[in-house]
Design a protein around this ligand. Structure first.
Ligand code: ADP
Ligand code: MG
Ligand code: ZN
Length: 655
């Protein structure tokens, strides 16, 4: 019964936060502080590395030279004096290096002027030829390499080093330049038709028959554009796929490319929202250019509502950047020649917020709606995802499809996956029906949290809350009958009530809505009545009923007072209405909810015995299945809703 927040808050500009300077965060440890000092992992960071390398090279060089240069070197004057005194036995001349061996066995070294010979040099120090004759002098020729190395090393090493630094820096600068260069380029992902591992075809998309049929025309055009162009047919430039999250919009767009065998350039609307103004627009330009070069091709803009929202209303902070990006998309699409052979596809799950300019003829004028799959589609989708999973002999996918009304393709995919995970964890080679059944609730509500222990009072409260939902659902004529109640936490819900719809509903009547609202309020009312207090528990329930009540009034014309009028969303600026009407809408919403609350309270107070019995059973057993639940109803003089009216399994959940 804890609040369950709406599924996903879609990717709005989180980029900004990521790009903040790392020093500004309070969590900046030594590492991020270091990075911050040099402005991130950039040029200066690498300069530090360069200096470090330089220092290491220096020490290595001095180490080497200390090997090369023996420590006991004496000046030439000393050598001359020692020669004159006859202390030196031999001198080995090695280039300008002198190795001296003394009579007493000591060895020393010295250096002479490389331009003059040893005798001449010593003569200038006053050594007479006779004195020199007593010393045996051997001239050792250097090996060619040694000579050149030693001669050139002092000259070349610094040069090499400077060269290295230059190379290093240019590489960095080039890297930075490339980055700056690619900044405006599209981050589009391209799927090459030749890449069979990524290839998706219509065979991978189950159900969605109408959508596939519509798109077949596009496939034909992309396959043989000439045929269409020769006869002067105008092929739609823009197709927008609309449907709830997870209904396979992205998958279908890829399948079109796969069927036609053309490259697929995809980018997500949320990626356009960048830090600097103009980047989004230049990305769009690049993306279209790339695609035109590769034509025939598909450009796919996923989640186009992130950039394509109604402009100039201030919703979302009136983002200039978004507007520019949207404008650029429109400009590019208008600039298309019919011969361009590029088809732009886009997807959104919020068609209601799209800027009307996007939907004008010549732009995204072709709309393809993808509905949530019905029972037959669900079975097909399950089959698609069962292809690579070994199923046990007891698996009947039709039953799973029956029990999953309201599931999207993505949820069915994750159901199959959860089933396989369960089997693998128990070291089985096949997925069984039971694995799949267990996975239904897991996908619907999140994993069980057995460790999330409720206090005695919390458990009692949750039990009465769920009993309230279940009881009101069972009594009111148009509410869905109960399938299962539980006070085991799942996901963020402390407890839940699963209800059975009579059929896969495509339409809802006003009476059904009203009874649904009352049943959803059953939890709140039970808490209030029994504990004379209300907790934060029903917050999700309240969100749900408020949304239903508002839609009843503003979309479905189900308020007698306001009549059959559809009011647009005021914030989005479409079909504005007056403050007066806004107040009336609010009053109607309040009235609907208040009346439902009164009805729920009436049910609960007149069946107090049943409520207590259900709650007691829940506290004891934690989960009550339909059969046991109906026994309690019968014991309390309530006739359960007829079974044969019930076609399928859980759909509506109250937390
Ligand atoms: P959307 O873009 O509408 O949110 P996706 O195309 O991303 O949904 O679907 C997510 C995943 O769900 C797909 O990758 C696929 O595995 C599965 N899926 C969705 N719809 C179908 C379908 N009709 N047939 C088979 N798989 C589907
Ligand atoms: Mg998608
Ligand atoms: Zn509830």
């Amino acid at each position: 019964m804890l609040a369950v927040s709406p599924k996903k808050s879609k990717n709005l500009p989180t980029d900004r936060q990521v790009k903040k300077s790392p020093t500004s965060g309070p969590k900046g440890g030594p590492r991020s502080g270091w990075k911050g000092l040099f402005g991130g992992p950039s040029f200066f960071g690498n300069l530090t590395t360069t200096v470090l390398i330089f220092l290491i090279l220096m020490s290595v060089y001095s180490l080497i030279s200390s090997f090369v240069q023996p420590t006991n070197e004496v000046p030439l004057s000393v050598v001359a004096a020692d020669v004159a005194e006859g202390k030196i036995e031999t001198i080995k001349v090695n280039g300008d290096l002198l190795d001296l061996v003394y009579v007493d066995g000591a060895t020393k070294t010295s250096r002479k002027d490389p331009s003059a010979g040893l005798p001449e040099t010593l003569a200038t120090y006053g050594v007479t030829p006779e004195e020199l004759a007593k010393v045996s002098i051997t001239i050792q020729g250097k090996s060619g390499f040694q000579f050149w190395f030693l001669t050139l090393a002092p000259l070349l090493l610094p040069l090499l080093f400077i060269g290295f630094i230059f190379w290093f820096l240019t590489r960095q600068v080039k890297g930075a330049g490339m980055q700056a260069f690619s900044f405006g380029q599209s981050k589009a992902r391209v799927i090459d038709p030749a890449d069979s591992s990524q290839r998706v075809t219509f065979a991978d998309v189950a159900g969605a028959r109408e959508a596939k049929e519509e798109l077949l025309e596009i496939v034909d055009f992309l396959k043989s554009p000439k045929k269409f162009l020769d006869i002067g047919a105008r092929i739609p430039k823009g197709i927008i796929l609309m449907g709830a999250p997870g209904t396979g919009k992205t998958l279908l767009a890829r399948a079109v490319a796969g069927e036609a065998g053309v490259p697929f350039f995809s980018i997500s609307g949320s990626e356009f929202v960048e830090m600097f103004v103009g980047v989004g627009a230049s990305r769009v330009r690049d993306l279209f250019q790339l695609a035109k070069k590769a034509a025939p091709a598909i450009i796919f803009v996923d989640e186009i509502d992130a950039v394509g929202r109604v402009r100039g209303t201030g919703v979302g902070g009136g983002n200039d950047e978004r507007e520019q990006t949207l404008n650029q998309i429109l400009v590019e699409m208008d600039g298309f020649e019919p011969t361009e052979k590029v088809v732009v596809m886009a997807a959104t799950n919020r068609p209601d917020v799209l800027d009307p300019a996007l939907l004008r003829p010549g732009r995204f004028d072709r709309r393809v709606t993808i509905d949530l799959p019905d029972r037959r589609d669900r079975e097909e989708i399950l089959q698609v995802h069962a292809r690579k999973k070994p199923l046990g002999p007891d698996v009947v996918l039709a039953v799973i499809a029956e029990r999953t009304p309201g599931f999207s393709g993505a949820e069915l995919y994750s159901l199959m996956n959860e089933g396989a995970i369960l089997a693998a964890r128990e070291n089985r080679k096949e997925v069984t029906q039971y694995d799949l059944i267990r996975s239904i609730e897991k996908v619907m509500l999140g994993p069980e949290r057995k460790s999330h222990l409720l206090s005695k009072r919390e458990k009692e409260l949750t039990a009465y809350h769920e009993a309230g939902h279940a009881l009101v659902s069972s009594i009111l004529e148009h509410a869905d009958p109960v399938h299962k109640i539980s006070v085991i936490s799942r996901g963020r819900a402390a407890g839940y009530t699963l209800k059975l719809p009579f059929e896969d509903r495509k339409m809802q009547s006003r009476k059904q809505f009203l009874d649904d609202i009352a049943a959803t309020l059953g939890g709140y009312v039970a808490e209030e009545m029994l504990f004379d207090d209300v907790t934060t528990g029903p917050s999700n329930d309240l969100m749900v009923i408020t949304a239903i009540a508002r839609e009843m009034v503003t979309r479905y014309g189900m308020s007698e007072k306001l009549g059959p009028i559809a009011f647009g969303d005021r914030q989005l600026g479409n079909e504005p209405y007056s403050e007066h009407v806004a107040a009336e809408i609010d009053a109607e919403v309040s009235r609907i909810i208040e009346e439902a609350k009164v009805r729920a309270a009436k049910v609960i107070s007149s069946h107090r015995g049943a409520l207590d019995a259900i709650a007691k059973e829940l506290i004891e057993k934690e989960t009550v299945e339909r059969a046991d639940f109906e026994k309690i109803l019968i014991a309390n003089g309530i006739t359960p809703k007829k079974k044969d009216e019930i076609a399928v399994e859980p759909v509506v959940v109250n937390f």
